[in-house]
Design a protein around this ligand. Structure first.
Ligand SMILES: [Zn+2]
Length: 331
């Protein structure tokens, strides 16, 4: 074997290796266990040949180490320039939650009434039939008293079917003037579908003072509707019947989708039904011991899910309860 020719060949292979992989191949080929050099070293019989071959091996090992260091530095330079990190860029923000749409609307409504000087009252979700029906003037034959319509816990205890009982409790506790709203979950024995859920949220308002008139009710609701649906909204009342108000009215808000021209949401009437309202029935005043000659008041109730569905075109109320993040994240 020509040691000099072998070294020249190996040196040029090492010098020409352009990647760490290619250098590894050259190492195996010229210094590996089965390489010509290693086999020759194992077969050495005289000292001079041994010294020559060992010198070749040392030269090649040194050349390999040098070339490896060069290639590693080049690799580092490349990754530093290509995978460049701009430390002035904003980092990846960790995912953050936000308030559910119903909670957002709840707070909007609270803000409107806090701005009008109303008090927010927390009611009880478990109520007696006394406060849920009797005190609210529900006649004994009223269908809401049925076990098929309401969720009873026992004979005279049920999950409240509206937030109104908290109004009775406040009236029992204090004298007028009263300006309060109560928001929260109410329960009805409904089969879930696109517009019904056995649990939903209501906001109920009550104002009792000297000289309260229907105009105050209309102005208050219009103020709320404009806060929720835009300043251009109009409102109208349709007469209705509710046990605890007389007269009773259903407020309609002018359709914000078609601006009154008529569309599917407003059933081509230009108006959307929003809930119930009316002047507090004097018999309720008697019930709590107020002088109905001196005081008058109004009450109203609206569904928060309905507000959310209308304002954000949510086609199915169950979406508001499923908590599917793909839906929830949109608001
Ligand atoms: Zn419309």
């Amino acid at each position: 074997m020509d040691a000099r020719a072998l070294e020249n060949e190996a040196q040029s292979a090492i010098a020409n290796a352009s990647t760490l992989d290619e250098l590894g191949d050259a190492r195996v080929r010229y210094l590996g266990r089965k390489s010509e050099l290693k086999q020759a070293l194992r077969a050495v019989r005289d000292r001079e040949t041994g010294m020559t071959l060992n010198a070749v091996r040392e030269h090649l090992e040194a050349a390999l180490a040098t070339r490896q260091a060069e290639l590693e530095r080049a690799e580092l330079d490349r990754s530093l320039s290509e995978d460049v990190v701009d430390v002035t860029l904003p980092g990846d923000a960790p995912p953050r939650g936000h308030l559910h749409l119903i909670t957002q609307i709840r707070r909007e409504v609270e803000d409107v009434f806090l701005g009008l000087g109303y008090r927010i009252v927390d009611g009880r979700e478990v109520e007696s039939t006394h406060y849920n029906f009797d005190a609210l003037n529900f006649p004994h034959w009223h269908p809401a008293r049925s076990r098929r319509a309401s969720l009873f816990l026992n004979g005279d205890t049920l999950l409240r079917t509206e937030t109104s009982p908290s109004q009775i409790r406040v009236m029992e506790e204090q004298e007028p003037p009263i300006y309060m709203i109560s928001l929260g979950r109410v329960y009805r024995r409904d089969t879930p579908d696109a517009t019904h859920n056995p649990i939903f949220h209501q906001v109920e308002g009550l104002a009792i003072d000297k000289g309260i008139t229907l105009a105050d009710l209309k102005g208050t609701l219009l103020h709320l509707m404009r806060a929720l649906f835009g300043e251009e909204r109009g409102m109208r009342f349709r007469t209705h019947f509710f046990p605890f108000t007389e007269p009773s009215m259903e407020p309609d808000v002018s359709c914000f989708l078609c601006e009154g021209a008529g569309c599917r949401v407003c059933k081509f009437s230009g108006w959307i039904e929003m809930g119930g309202s009316g002047m507090v029935d004097p018999s309720l005043f008697e019930f709590v011991g107020y002088d109905y000659e001196e005081y008058s008041g109004f009450a109203f109730g609206l569904g928060l899910e309905r507000i959310a569905q209308l304002r954000h075109s949510v086609p199915d109320v169950r979406l508001l309860w499923d908590n599917d993040l793909r839906f929830v994240r949109q608001f």
